[in-house]
Design a protein around this ligand. Structure first.
Ligand SMILES: *Cc1c(COP(=O)(O)O)cnc(C)c1O
Length: 496
């Protein structure tokens, strides 16, 4: 297996090269040129292993230039001791068919931990093979969840420094506190005067500046990216879908007709990982793609027209407020039968006009695989209330979008086979909306509200959120968006 680019199949790299580079020179994304396929005997074996054992087996199939010892060390570094009860992806059954795959028991209480706890280890191991630099510098622009998960993942990982920029008015107070109180000797956090786009453009500019790259190289450093287009973030996500299947097998669920997967979707990374698991032999029937009011993907799945020229909504599920789903490019590559030219043409059209249309055969293939649905904020909150009243099960706003769309799917198709719903965040990360949903008032300090949510629902406050109340603020520097490069040099101890 080698890694090729979605826009140029002639590119051929090892896993470590693909992980260190992050994105291909011509703008394409790296994908394996063939996928390993698991058979019944493999699943029987995987079923007997714990999460780390499963992760090791599955990841070694993709990390083609890593030794077994290296894969083992990466997996241990990521998952040993960082997740509640040492269970990164437990399943809760609600009702008779729905299995909620809880991906929020990690250090930042959102599913991004599953990938961002592992990525630093993959990156450091890859850099040893594929880069001359002694130190890898991670630059992140964040609107909230990714920044904190990346900080936790990279904290005190030898050979790395991580610098995070967030917009001073663009993150929730809980997210701000999470980042400003970050521990670790290699972490640097700045808020910038501006919005998320300012932070993102600033980071991109620094990233692509040749003079800056030179200066880092003189100091034995190299930039890398932790964002969701890196293959090193996708591979860990495939693991939990395979693992969920093993758990369903172990419970002897009726799986003759396979099972559905429902994913609350933004950048399309999480649901793409489920598709790859299906491609590897996990018997997934429909991939149900759930969107909030930013329903660009629902419309695409239904019509074959992707059109980002539309109003942008700020919703109660902010991590899905996205109009350009960057990982969709990998799915287009699949649907087109690995046609790099067709993908490059569609992406060029998207960049120029904000829109593209797939040919009929691609649309039909997509519709056979996916079902798209959408739900607005009031339906999201109603779903939280319904599931809490009906099953005593509390979900966050993103998971609620998935549950709502799942209900729509069952109502429309009558197909109620076993289903796995990806639950992407703890309800405590979005305590204000969840309190409102269950009819409680949202007054008092943010930690008063967290406590009230716990009292009213009889659920426990996750330890990482409880610990924040007394956490000391370490970072308070606000910088102008023109000063981001100075901040980077300052953090790295490089003279401008
Ligand atoms: C990032 C995120 C999503 C969207 O995941 P994608 O992989 O971008 O589709 C959904 N829910 C939560 C809580 C997130 O943080």
């Amino acid at each position: 297996m080698n890694y090729i680019s979605t826009r140029n199949r002639a590119v051929s790299l090892t896993a470590s090269q693909a992980i260190v580079r992050g994105i291909s020179e011509e703008g394409g994304l790296f994908v394996p040129d063939e996928f390993p396929v698991l058979d019944a005997a493999d699943f029987e074996e995987l079923k007997t292993l714990d999460y780390m054992g499963r992760a090791k087996k599955i990841l070694s199939l993709f990390l083609n230039d890593f030794s077994d010892e290296e894969v083992e060390a990466c997996v241990r570094g990521a998952y040993a001791g960082s997740f509640e009860d040492d269970q990164p992806a437990p399943i809760s059954r609600i009702g008779s068919h729905a299995n909620v795959l809880e991906l929020w028991h990690g250090p930042t209480c959102a599913f991004k931990d599953l990938a961002l706890q592992l990525l630093p280890h993959l990156l450091v191991t890859s850099a040893k093979k594929a880069s001359d630099a002694k130190k890898t510098v991670i630059l992140v622009a964040t609107s909230g969840d990714t920044g904190k998960a990346a900080l936790e993942g990279f904290r005190d990982v030898p050979g790395t420094e991580i610098i995070v920029f967030y917009p001073s008015d663009g993150v929730s107070s809980m997210q701000k506190l999470q980042m400003d109180s970050q521990q670790g000797g290699n972490v640097h956090v700045y808020s910038i005067k501006g919005n998320f786009d300012d932070a993102q453009s600033g980071v991109k500019k620094i990233f692509t500046d040749r003079a800056v790259k030179e200066k880092l190289a003189q100091n034995g450093m190299r930039f890398s990216s932790a964002n969701s287009i890196n293959w090193g973030r996708l591979a860990p996500q495939i693991v939990y879908y395979v693992s969920a299947y093993c758990d369903l097998l172990a419970r002897e669920e009726p799986l003759d007709g396979g099972f559905h997967v429902v994913v609350p979707t933004g950048n399309f990374g999480n649901i793409l990982a489920a598709y790859y698991a299906k491609k590897m032999g996990v018997p997934i029937c429909k991939l149900i793609c759930a969107s909030n009011a930013n329903r660009v993907l629902t419309d695409f799945i239904r019509t074959g027209v992707y059109d980002r020229n539309r109003a942008f909504y700020t919703t109660v599920s902010p991590s899905m407020d996205i109009l350009i789903s960057s990982n969709l490019e990998r799915m287009l590559f699949e649907l087109s039968g690995n046609d790099d030219r067709a993908v490059a043409a569609m992406q060029a059209e998207l960049a120029a006009t904000g829109k593209f249309t797939v040919p009929d055969d691609m649309r039909e293939k997509m519709q056979a695989l996916f079902w798209g649905g959408t739900c607005d904020d009031s339906a999201t909150l109603a779903t939280i209330r319904d599931y809490f009243t009906e099953y005593g099960y509390l979900v966050d706003t993103h998971t609620a979008v998935a549950l709502n769309v799942y209900r729509q799917y069952v109502a429309q198709t009558g197909d109620d086979r076993v289903t796995v719903i990806a639950s992407t965040a703890s309800p405590y990360k979005f305590a204000d909306s969840v309190l409102t949903a269950i009819g409680e008032d949202g007054t008092g300090s943010q930690f008063d509200r967290v406590r009230r949510l716990s009292e009213k629902t009889g659920t426990a406050v996750p330890a990482p959120i409880a610990a924040l109340e007394n956490a000391a603020v370490r970072f308070q520097t606000v910088c102008e968006k023109e000063q981001m490069l100075d901040a980077v040099y300052g953090a790295l101890g490089i003279l401008p």
